[in-house]
Design a protein around this ligand. Structure first.
Ligand SMILES: Cc1cc2nc3c(=O)[nH]c(=O)nc-3n(C[C@H](O)[C@H](O)[C@H](O)COP(=O)(O)O)c2cc1C
Length: 175
């Protein structure tokens, strides 16, 4: 589906509104195979005077290995009707599944980074990792660690500088 370049901050609300249903974080595995997973926690804004997509990836995810290998990722805002694909990509691992093939997703070639995007998605951010940091368990408020890290498996936080944003022409962010 043809997309046009847009300003990184043109669709902030349309992007964050979709977080509860899941966005798709896409990268390449160490062999160069595209992989994607659902994300529900993220932040978009300005850090170090640069537009930034900040995502949290648990160390157990295959995506963690992928981003470590590529140093970049895309954040894809799914189109209406993609809920089944998002749930699938958020419940199985790219270690065991070719999610692009099984969900019928089309690889889109990014212009500024190596990680591809998902052509069926309506809005895409191409992001280069400029910083990563692991959460520090002893720095959490107890209610957060109790609720989200009872089993360990802490998150790595990736700061992805947004290098390019593309959207389908006429994208409104509404179903
Ligand atoms: C709606 C939704 C949101 C999710 N958000 C996150 C997230 O922000 N960070 C994370 O590490 N896992 C998150 N997950 C879980 C991963 O998407 C899931 O474990 C996925 O199977 C990992 O795939 P991978 O092993 O190919 O990386 C979410 C799952 C769903 C369904």
């Amino acid at each position: 589906m043809p997309k046009i370049e847009v300003a990184w901050d043109e669709y902030l609300n349309e992007t964050t509104d979709r977080l509860p249903d899941g966005l798709l974080l896409t990268s390449l595995d160490p062999e160069g195979k595209p992989n994607t997973m659902a994300i529900g926690w993220a932040s978009i804004g300005i850090v170090w005077s640069r537009p930034m997509f900040i995502v949290l990836v648990r160390h157990s995810r295959y995506t963690y290995e992928c981003i470590e290998a590529t140093g970049d990722f895309t954040v894809n805002v799914p189109a209406p009707g993609m809920a089944e694909a998002v749930n699938f990509c958020g419940s199985v691992s790219g270690r065991d599944h070719d999610k692009f093939a099984e969900c019928g997703l089309t690889v889109g070639q990014s212009q500024t980074i190596t990680s591809p995007y998902i052509d069926e998605c309506e809005l895409v951010y191409e992001c280069k990792v400029v910083q990563h940091t692991d959460v520090v368990p002893e720095n959490f408020a107890p209610e957060i660690i109790d609720q989200f890290y009872a089993g360990g498996d802490f998150h790595r936080i990736y700061f992805g500088q947004i290098l390019r944003t593309i959207a389908e022409e006429g994208f409104t962010g509404r179903d």
